[in-house]
Design a protein around this ligand. Structure first.
Ligand code: 13P
Ligand code: SF4
Length: 307
């Protein structure tokens, strides 16, 4: 059996298992194409959190990274949340621990803490509100504060600060290894090769890279942008998994992958075989300490409600 036929057979097996288990499969925009294609919903962190909160299914299979499945469990504590590959983490989320946040907070009494959803449940439990790349600016605006603490992503913090000049954004020193690597020179070279292309960049990129973009957007916002923009060509400054969704959202338009190194290894460890095995064996269930989940829920619910 060639790979395509094999993948199609596994796809059918997964859909049958999902029906049997009363499961919904949700996948992030950076997942492998065949994992995206077998999912019920594909989206950005905000969209997937909303799907996890709204689903009637009793099982959620989360094809993404650990903080995303943990967020789903916080929002739906009575549901079984399965990760086909529980070792899929996010290095940025590990750059701020609960202990570090508690100390940082204590050093800034009265200053609201806004936490990027790319963080652990412990960190969320110590936060006033969470945000994603899709609604970070709106979340901070909603606080009507003139100073905030923002972690763990210094680049998203800088983007928010640039959009809200009246707000002092005090940033934690965390970053995404995949987006932090992008340089101004790479974008400049791509723009020289594709002079009529629009540049769409994720706000996890450095400020000088964001400053070159036509638009700074979350992954799902990029899909909508590509669909509705009159441009025919786009330089895509985010993880390469999005190219699959872009080709589907705007067939006929051209998408330039900035560099073949724009890859998040954690997003790629989930395969369709693992999705099938996860459903067949009902593993691996993600658990969050009940007290931590209870304290994190408010910050996550406030995030889901904004934007
Ligand atoms: P989005 O919420 O924009 O999909 O981003 C998630 C992420 O991890 C980006 O690296
Ligand atoms: Fe984390 Fe970056 Fe991977 Fe997103 S792309 S999951 S921020 S390491």
């Amino acid at each position: 059996m060639d790979r395509m036929t094999q993948a199609a057979a596994i796809h059918d097996e997964i859909r049958a298992l999902a029906a049997e288990r009363d499961a919904v499969i949700i996948a992030h925009n950076y997942q492998r194409p065949e994992v995206q294609d077998v999912a019920d919903f594909v989206g950005d962190s905000l969209g997937l959190a909303r799907q996890a909160a709204a689903t009637d299914a009793s099982v959620i299979v989360f094809a993404g990274v650990h903080f995303m499945a943990e967020t789903a469990k916080i929002l739906s504590p009575d549901k079984t949340v399965l990760m086909p590959e529980p070792r899929a983490g996010c290095p940025m989320a590990d750059m701020l621990t609960g202990e570090q946040l508690a100390a940082w907070r204590e050093g800034h009494p009265g200053v609201p803490v806004v936490t990027y959803v790319n963080s652990s449940a412990e960190v969320k439990a110590l936060s006033d509100i969470c945000c994603t790349s899709a609604n970070a600016v709106e979340v901070v605006r909603s606080l009507r504060a003139d100073r905030i603490l923002f972690g763990p992503d210094k680049n998203l913090a800088a983007w928010v600060g640039s959009q809200l000049p009246g707000v002092e954004v005090i940033a934690w020193d965390g970053w995404c290894p995949t987006h932090e690597d992008v340089t101004v020179e790479q974008v400049r070279e791509a723009a020289a090769r594709h002079p009529s292309a629009e540049i769409v960049a994720h706000p996890e990129c450095r400020p000088e890279v964001c400053a070159m973009a036509t638009a700074v957007l979350s992954t799902s916002q990029m899909l909508r942008w590509a669909e509705s923009s009159p441009a025919e060509e786009f330089i895509v400054v985010t993880e390469e998994g999005l190219l699959h969704g872009l080709a589907k959202a705007a067939p006929g338009k051209r998408f330039v992958n900035l560099t073949p190194r724009m890859l998040c290894p954690n997003m790629k460890v989930t395969t369709i075989e693992k999705v099938r095995d996860s459903l067949a064996g009902m593993r691996t269930a993600i658990e969050v300490d009940a007290e931590v989940a209870r304290r994190a829920l408010g910050a996550v619910e406030r995030m889901v409600a904004v934007g």
